[in-house]
Design a protein around this ligand. Structure first.
Ligand code: SF4
Ligand code: FES
Length: 362
């Protein structure tokens, strides 16, 4: 019987509406529509339940969470129930009054995503003209308010050449932290692999550049970066291990162990409209499906890294092998690792496809 820990982090996808259309979006290909979104009272109940369950941090995400007019009310409530709030935003809707309302409500942190350092390329990647300038302006206003700022760069073949300048710009902006997020190839990004996949050489250079910057900028800015899966030796402990510390809730209230869990056919997801969060965390079929190590194939079960990476990513295993119960093919010990690597090399060597932008209706 797997021992169930308390969750620490809750990613709340408040809405899938978003003015941007990034081709690597982590939202599902079938986006939830506004008409089915949870109302304010339900979100408040869920956050109170999350706090009781042990959650410390709420990531208010989307889509674009600032598209919800009740966001300040939600932030204030999170503060009342002792949750640390991190707003994950594209920033383009946050004019000064909107930012001030969130600040006054007690928002703790802002994570701003930017698509590139070159304005035209950034606006092209996000599919939103004028977005880049708005983001730079927002960053200034956030820092002026004294709110801690993290800048998030999603890295891929169409911006990886600017990685050094991305880190410099984050420092110039006064960010406390910069996140180098190599694209994760599920959902929209999986569809856009040929447009996004960097070469092995580019990836190695990016890793070296980050290591050098980390040494040089110690004490100036914290640099977080995860080695991209397709070229890694061992997989990442996706979401810190399935059902260990993280919860994801969709705009309509389905409770998922990770943002891409709905790509695994056959899993049944409970909804906060029907059950308390604690019951879902402890007993839901989806959370228990890959919790701990009992579900693992022999390769992982007999491996001394099984409680380090927890077998990697279930959604990646699903996307590449057709079974979520297999070892993540990003692991160099997996028999399918060479196939994954060959796929990545083929995609990165091909002419980049045009973007298939994230839109309602897939
Ligand atoms: Fe991790 Fe499984 Fe690979 Fe071992 S065999 S490193 S547990 S994915
Ligand atoms: Fe689902 Fe990794 S994204 S387990």
């Amino acid at each position: 019987m797997t021992h169930v820990l308390r969750p620490i982090g809750l990613l709340a996808e408040l809405t899938h509406r978003c003015p941007l259309q990034c081709p690597y979006c982590s939202n599902p290909v079938n986006l939830d529509r506004k008409s089915g979104e949870l109302d304010t009272a339900t979100w408040k109940r869920v956050f109170a339940e999350a706090s009781e369950l042990g959650v410390l941090q709420v990531h208010l995400s989307g889509g674009e969470p600032t598209a919800r007019s009740d966001l300040p009310d939600i932030v204030a409530h999170c503060r009342e129930v002792n949750l640390y709030t991190n707003l994950i935003t594209s920033g383009v809707l946050l004019d000064q009054p909107a930012l001030q309302r969130l600040y006054d409500a007690g928002l703790d942190h802002i994570q701003l995503s930017i698509q590139d350092v070159e304005e035209a390329n950034a606006d092209r990647i996000g599919g939103y003209r004028g977005g880049h300038a708005k983001k730079l302006d927002l960053a200034k206003r956030v820092v002026a308010l004294g709110l801690p700022l993290t800048v998030n760069w999603v890295v891929h073949r169409q911006n990886i050449h600017n990685l050094g300048r991305m880190i410099e710009l984050a420092v110039e902006m006064g960010a406390k932290r910069v996140e180098i997020a190599h694209t994760q190839y599920y959902g929209w990004a999986f569809k856009n692999r040929r447009a996004l996949m960097p070469t092995y050489r580019q990836t190695l250079d990016a890793i070296a550049l980050v290591e050098e910057a980390r040494r040089r900028l110690e004490g100036v800015i914290v640099i977080d970066s995860v080695v991209p899966d397709y070229y890694a030796r061992f997989p990442k402990a996706c979401v810190g291990g399935w059902g260990r510390r993280a919860i994801n809730i969709t705009p309509q209230g389905r409770v998922l162990p990770c943002h891409a869990a709905e790509t695994i056919p056959g899993l049944v997801f409970d909804n906060v409209k029907d059950k308390p969060l604690s019951e879902i965390w402890l007993n839901s079929e989806a959370f228990n499906a890959f919790r701990g190590t009992d579900w693992m194939p022999d390769l992982c079960r007999n491996c001394d890294r099984k409680e380090i990476d927890w077998g990697g990513c279930r959604c990646q295993a699903m996307a590449i092998t057709g079974s979520a119960s297999e070892t993540d093919p990003a692991c160099s010990l997996s028999p399918l690792n060479a196939t994954l690597r060959a796929m990545a090399e083929e995609d990165s060597a091909a002419e980049p496809d045009a973007f298939r932008y994230r839109r309602f209706g897939g």
